[in-house]
Design a protein around this ligand. Structure first.
Ligand code: F6R
Length: 244
């Protein structure tokens, strides 16, 4: 694992966007798995600007959704589906056939998990995953206590995730379950970028980088990844710097 600390969110986002562009330039049919949320938002804006201005071609790439709130439809602006459509797929002009997201309204969620795992296998694995870190150390919706041996699965959301997740929605919503790629996907991905910014992430960043690797803190598994990169801004690094 490599840790890079940036002066600010802009620097971090620029670096993450460059990594994504580097992958697509080396491998035009690369498979990307992108988190939603606040942390990668600027990365996606920079990426889509650069792609439009410099003609970076994503038309042969595939996109895998990292996770989704069970029961929330794609039409809801708080859904991961809506976020990715708005911030990534539409700006980059990605065709529907190359977008592989969980259907969190499915009556057969285990089958959703199974077909996602099959899709990833068929595409030859994920080349780059861009993930954020939850306030409880989750990655995707791999909540504290999750087995690192799981591929896609449905999970009961931690109380903190249920509460923090309200920030993405216009009104109060019930967020009880998530459907997510597993830590096994995370560990098998060729390149993982974990991004975090802002002082509110400083404590969980310190714990994720300094505590023992454990399923009680899923983000610690980034340290088991042979090609994992952690990009944080100085605010999120605050407690690390103080500890040194
Ligand atoms: C979202 C996801 C989550 C978020 C995490 C951080 O697709 O996978 O794990 O990355 O909760 O969210 P933000 O960036 O909003 O702080």
């Amino acid at each position: 694992m490599k840790l890079e600390i940036f002066d600010n969110y802009e620097g971090l986002s620029l670096r993450a966007a460059k990594e994504i562009i580097g992958v697509i330039q080396r491998k035009p049919n690369a498979v990307f798995c992108l988190a939603t949320g606040d942390s990668p938002k600027r990365t996606y804006a920079l990426l889509t600007n650069e792609a439009t201005q410099s003609g970076v071609d994503f038309s042969k790439a595939h996109f895998i959704g990292l996770d989704e709130w069970v029961g929330i439809p794609p039409s809801n602006p708080g859904s991961c589906h809506y976020y990715l459509d708005t911030n990534v797929f539409r700006p980059l002009g990605i065709s529907a056939a190359r977008i592989h997201l969980f259907d969190a309204l499915s009556k057969d969620l285990p089958n959703e998990c199974h077909s996602m795992d099959e899709t990833i296998r068929r595409l030859g694995g994920i080349d780059l995953m861009l993930a954020g870190i939850g306030m409880n150390g989750h990655v995707g919706f791999n909540e504290p206590g999750v087995s690192p041996n799981l591929y896609s699965h449905v999970i009961h959301l931690d109380e903190m995730t249920q509460n923090v997740g309200q920030k993405y929605f216009n009104g109060a919503v019930v967020l009880k379950q998530g459907i997510t790629l597993g830590l096994k996907h995370f560990l098998e991905t060729k390149l993982v970028l974990l991004v975090a910014n802002g002082g509110e992430k400083a404590a969980i960043i310190k714990r994720s980088l300094e505590e023992n690797i454990s399923e009680n803190l899923p983000a610690t598994f980034i340290r088991k990844h042979s090609n994992g990169k952690v990009f944080i801004d100085s605010a999120a690094a605050f407690k690390l710097i103080k500890a040194r």
